[in-house]
Every structure is written in C-alpha cells, then in structure tokens.
Design a protein around this ligand. Sequence first.
Ligand code: PLP
Length: 399
Amino acid sequence: MIRRRFEEGEEMRIAACMHRLGTESAFEVLARAVRLQAQGKSIVNLGIGQPDFPTPPHIVEAAIKALRDGHHGYTPANGILKLREAVAADMHRHRNVIVDPDQILVVPGGKVTMFFAIQMFGEAGAEIMYPDPGFPIYRSAIEFTGAKAVPIPLLEEKGFSFSAEDVLGRITPATRLIIVNSPANPTGGVVPKEELDRLVEGLRAHPEVAIMSDEIYARMVYDGQPHASLTAYPEIQDRLILLDGWSKTYAMTGWRMGWGVWPKPLIDLATRLAINVHSCVNASAQYAGIAALEGPQDSVDMMMAAFAERRKVIVERLNQLPGFSCVNPGGAFYAFPNITGTGKSSRVLQDEILNEAGVALISGTSFGIHGEGYLRFSYAASVEAIEEACARIQRYLDR
Ligand code: PLP
C-alpha cells in the first residue's frame, strides 16, 4: 500500500461536528475488561447493559427460515408491512393505543430513532433537553447537530425522576425537543404517571416543542406497576416520537432492531433519513421481529422474573458495602448506588474496582455531570455473578 505523506498544513480537515461527537463508555469499559481477560485476569462484567439470556429459539428460527425462504433483498425502507402491523398490534396490546402502521419506522436499533429525532430538530441556535444522568448518546447526538444540550437533572431524592415544573421551567424560545426516558438508563428510575400528567398539561402552553419518549425498557417495570407511557396522551400525539425496540425485551441487542412511532407530519422525513443512511433493516431480522412480537411471550416473563430476583439480591448486597447506599430501581436492569460515602470519585472507583477487584461497571459520570457520586451496575447477569462481584468489591473496600 502506498502511503501518501501529508505536507505541513495539508492535514485532512475533518468537519467540526466530528469533534463534538461523544461516545458510550460502556463499550470502552467492555474493551478494557476484554483486554484484562485476555491477560488472564478474572473479570465479572456488570458493565454492559444487555440481557445475559440468548434470543428465544423461535425468534432465531424465524430468521433462519426467512433466509431459507429467500428473503435476501431490500425491503421497504420503513420495514415490511407485516412487521409494522405486528408493532401496531403490540402498541395496542401493551400501551392500549391505536397506531397506524404507516407511522412506524423500523430501524437498526433503538439508537437510530434517537439519532433521527435529534437530527430532525437539532441545529445551531436550537436547544434540546435531555435527562442527566442519562443515556450518553442523547447529549452526544445533540451536540453533533450544533444544538445546545440542556440537561434535566434526575436526582436521587426524587427517585431519579424529574418534576414537571423543573422541565417546563427550562423551556426557552429556542427549545425544540424534550427527551424523556422511563424506565431509565442508568438509574432504573421510573417517572410517575402524575408527573407525566403535569408535564403534558404544561406542554399545552408550548405547542411548538416536540417530545421524544425513549421507552426501550417499557416492559421492564417491577412490583406490578403499570408502565406509564407518553403515548397515552392524545393531546401530544401530533408531536410525540416514541422510541422502542427488540433489544432489551427479547434479548436481541446484536440483531439491531428498533422501532419508532412518528407523528404523521414527521414520518416521511424520518423515512427519508433511513433511505439516506441504511436503506432498510436486515430482511431476515425483520422476520425475527415478527416472531418476537407475535410469538409466545413466556421468555419475556421468565427474563423479568429473573431480573426481579436479581434486583433484590443486588440492592441488598450493595447496601451492605461500606460507603454505598442504593435505592430500589423501579425499572430496567440497572442499580445506581450512591458511593459518596467511600470518599472517592465515581471515575476513580470505577477504575480501581476494574483493575484491582476485577469487576467491570460504569462510572456515573459517563452519563452526565449529575452522575458524579454514583456507579452503574447492570444486573442483567446471573445471581452468582452479582454475588461474586459484590464479594470482590467488599474485599477491595475492606483493604
Ligand atoms: N435507549 C436507552 C435508554 C438505552 O439504554 C439503549 C441501550 O442501551 C438504547 C436506547 C439503544 O438500544 P439499541 O441497542 O436497540 O440501539
């Protein structure tokens, strides 16, 4: 290969927006954990947020059958109709809302709906609100567009939820989009229905502000609580983008399958983004998506029962660690203990626990400045792994 040398002043000129792009530290910690494992170290991984269960076999078989049946080509950009009908039926079953399949855009993973929504509203001079601590890609994608990322602080004393007044009070004439995520990553926090009621009520005064509701953990709510969805409010349906997908519910993170429900005025633009970026989602994965939604749901129930049991174990064990205190997360599969009692910063503790105790978890600061003083533990891991991780941390802290 011939390498061309760049003369001084001749460096490639990368677009400024590229330098504003953030990342997801969970992948960085995963890479470090894998490197340590390759060096022969034993690592318990509670870092990455994905179910540790395999995709249910009937879903895998549906994809294999689709390939054997010759579904090798492009599909419509928004997804095959049967899949979008299955999503609409699922929306009715779990959220009791009627959605037109033509409002659904099937995308390669939940992240894509988020990126498209942010692209659609973000530009220099605009403001987009996002939860902090929250999924790190919100802020990254907002800043990529040149818009100002305005954090909504999610505080432990409010159960890692927000108060509607707090959100509404941050709206300015530049606000274009508000991102809500419940149940939440990284805190497991759940926004109570009364707070959503008040938010929606207050949004009446701001009809120009769009909302993106990231409900990727909608099926993962504990203690028999119903999931409160923003899709339940007809008054905002003309400006609500719903984000959901298969990754977490069906243990399908690697399949890259998500869906967005878009308001009618936005669906064509969203589809146009899809055509520009990825054309369509992998055809066989779409058939798997139908099997997931229409097939037996016992594997989802089984996973949820396992997560509920693990939640009990991890919260109890974390509260026994010196300097830790952990509230009961209402949803998702993350525990977000307060570690200020250890006297260490989140980042230092994350690194020390990885390098010296052999447990991978994520510093709260990877999710925003309001994550300082916390660590994220994913309990999508076996009870044995959780027990072992906590025992290792206990030994490390007792040293
Ligand atoms: N939204 C939240 C809150 C998440 O935690 C994640 C993944 O961790 C996603 C969206 C993205 O999901 P996917 O893997 O389907 O892109």
